[in-house]
Design a protein around this ligand. Structure first.
Ligand code: CA
Ligand code: CA
Length: 500
């Protein structure tokens, strides 16, 4: 069935084809790129994905109405508790989770025996030469970045001609998100003074809303939150705080498999608490930080407009991964529920249809192939992701049918998930086999992945894995998962899978 929006997209296809050509044929008119990547944000925080959210992001909304929103954007996963690290490798290289460099201790004696490192040949040694900035530098682009430091891909980051990285998670202009915005504004001002006409790619990264979520006083007040620092007391209740997420739980029903995981036990302001006052205050802090990011994005978009560059600039908005903050009794980014596995993804620019939505079924590794395609640069063979062009042109609703997710940063093999159509399977094989769980969700009927512990009335709004009526569906999804693990070179197998 064709949605109305998809139909509009199909009608616009011929027009788009000509504007793609226009953007890439004339060297002097090559498009610019502004790639905005925030740190730790659930798509469900944003109104464009969750109209009930009280978070105000007028500038992200403006990008969405002037461009396309993708509902099915995901990060493929992580082999580290620092989920940011593999995510940013995938963003920078356009490669999949087991095909990126994984740091291993130089001394083999220090290697954890339960860790199976993928073969070294799966990540080419010269990969930094085929990372985002290196590709665009060779194509004659000026490249600049600002972002947090750490849990990233330093060998790719240093390829940018101008690097202004620092971790800024404070609540002032100098110590918070405004600092990252200022780096981009300064760079644009320098380009204007120098009358630099080369096309540019700016990687506009933020350190927030990753904890510590120290918001500015005005925005904290707006969302009824305080920068809560005292572990021995609860933050005050405040009706201005965001409501508890509907899929909140006081505790996850079984251990997530990563003992003493920082995000689940030590985040300042939350620690091990999942009670209403703690979670609503922390969401208020997250929203204060996210709105501050939106303000900085607005300043940069306005500056580009003043300079006459906005029309010729592709703008991407995304996050390195999502975030739980109380959903399912979890706090961190080390799980495969939709709130955390999915990411926001908005794209606007010269050949992007306005006010459109598409499912897309993309991974963050598809970002670089898309940028390369939109720039008219020949794609290096290192890219494994796919360009979004057929979805942008309305020729396809998705890039792929099946999506695969990994969390392998705690005890091994960890968590795996697979999604096809409305169905999603998540498996947990952790803590030396003492937790072996399978969950099956119908996301059309149960998009928030309610569990029995949520006590929903509808028989569909729960985990269906043990329900005999869905035994065939589960079998099918189990086979899909195994196939995905094999085809993405996952070095592990789960307890009930064959050891090929
Ligand atoms: Ca992150
Ligand atoms: Ca230049």
């Amino acid at each position: 069935m064709l949605s109305r929006k998809l139909l509009l997209g199909l009608l616009a296809t011929s027009l788009l084809a000509s504007s793609f050509a226009k953007a890439t044929d004339t060297p002097s008119k090559r498009p610019n790129f502004l790639v905005i990547v925030v740190d730790d944000q659930s798509p469900l925080d944003l109104k464009i994905y969750n109209p009930d959210s009280p978070l105000d992001t007028p500038n992200i909304d403006r990008l969405a109405t002037s461009g396309m929103v993708f509902d099915g954007a995901h990060h493929m996963g992580a082999w580290s508790g620092a989920v940011c690290t593999p995510s940013r490798h995938m963003i920078m290289t356009g490669r999949s989770v087991w095909h990126i460099p994984q740091r291993r201790p130089k001394n083999p004696k220090k290697q954890n025996k339960s860790v199976r490192y993928p073969d070294r040949e799966l990540a080419p040694a010269n990969l930094p030469e085929f990372s985002m900035a290196a590709i665009f530098n060779r194509a004659g682009y000026d490249t600049m970045r600002t972002c947090k430091k750490g849990n990233s891909y330093p060998d790719a980051n240093k390829q940018f001609t101008v690097v202004r990285d620092a971790t800024k998670r404070g609540g002032t202009e100098e110590t918070g998100s405004a600092w990252h915005g200022k780096q981009v504004l300064d760079y644009l001002n320098q380009r204007e003074s120098a009358a630099d006409r080369d096309p540019f790619l700016i990687y506009f990264g933020f350190s927030h809303p990753h904890d510590t979520r120290d918001g500015t006083p005005e925005l904290l007040a707006k969302y009824g939150a305080i920068n809560h620092k005292d572990k021995n007391s609860l933050p005050p209740a405040n009706s201005k705080q965001p409501p508890l997420p509907p899929n909140h739980l006081d505790a996850h029903p079984f251990h997530h498999g990563h003992p003493n995981l920082r995000d689940e036990v030590a985040v300042s302001g939350v620690w091990e608490r999942r009670d209403e006052r703690t979670i609503r205050n922390e969401l208020g802090r997250e929203f204060a930080c996210s709105e501050n990011i939106d303000i900085q994005i607005g300043k940069v978009l306005n500056r580009l407009e003043e300079m006459g560059e906005l029309q010729n600039t592709y703008v991407v908005y995304t996050s390195d991964h999502g975030m739980a903050i109380g959903r399912h009794g979890l706090q961190g980014k080390q799980n495969l529920y939709e709130h955390t596995w999915r990411v926001p993804f908005v794209l606007s620019g010269p050949s992007i249809p306005t006010g459109m939505r598409a499912l897309g079924n993309l991974y963050l590794m598809d970002l670089l192939p898309t940028l390369v395609d939109l720039a008219g640069i020949e794609a290096p063979s290192t890219l494994e992701g796919q360009s979004l062009r057929p979805v942008i042109e309305g020729k396809q609703e998705t890039l792929r049918d099946v999506l695969f997710g990994v969390y392998c940063g705690g005890t091994k093999p960890g968590m795996r998930c697979v999604k096809q159509g409305d169905w999603k399977l998540i498996k947990y094989d952790v803590l030396d086999g003492s937790v072996r769980e399978t969950q099956l969700f119908n996301l059309a009927a149960n998009p928030l992945e309610y569990l029995p512990e949520h006590h929903r009335e509808s028989e569909w709004e729960t985990d269906l894995a043990e329900n005999e009526a869905f035994a065939e569906k589960r079998k099918e999804m189990e086979a899909l998962l195994l196939h995905q693990m094999q085809s993405w070179d996952d070095p592990y197998r789960l307890w009930d899978q064959p050891t090929d």
